[in-house]
Design a protein around this ligand. Sequence first.
Ligand SMILES: [Zn+2]
Length: 157
Amino acid sequence: MLIFELKCQSGHIFEGWYNNLEDLEQQLADQLVDCPICGHKKVYRMMSSFAIGGKKSPVSNPEDETRRSTQALKQAMHRFLAENFEDVGSDFFKEALKMHYGSLPLRNIRGISSPQEEEVLRDEGVNFFKLDARIAPPDSEEPEHTPPHKNKNKPAN
Ligand SMILES: [Zn+2]
């Protein structure tokens, strides 16, 4: 599972969780993706993915990011997560595994996992991502680890 950052024709930025890039591209091509803000179906992929913490995540160079854009991105992510991800709390581990094995449909979830659970998820090949538990208010100090990364690709037109 990968998180992709998307942008609608009206400029709204949001994210979607897809099995892989092909899955996303197909859904974009079929106009199955619409903007959660305005419902627009002209949606473009902005960035690669957020799969922080997963072994299979594509790695770019977070160091290349300026602090500011990283922070802005992080805030946007937190906002998005709060609004669009179902909070499953301590069931995150179970829910993520169920989705991974197809016993639950894929959906956006967030929650709490222990380091041991994360270890298992990684071993199982579950692509999840992890943010600092603190929801960073604007202008707060940047957490040191797992910065989101940007793709160098331009959105495909
Ligand atoms: Zn929109």
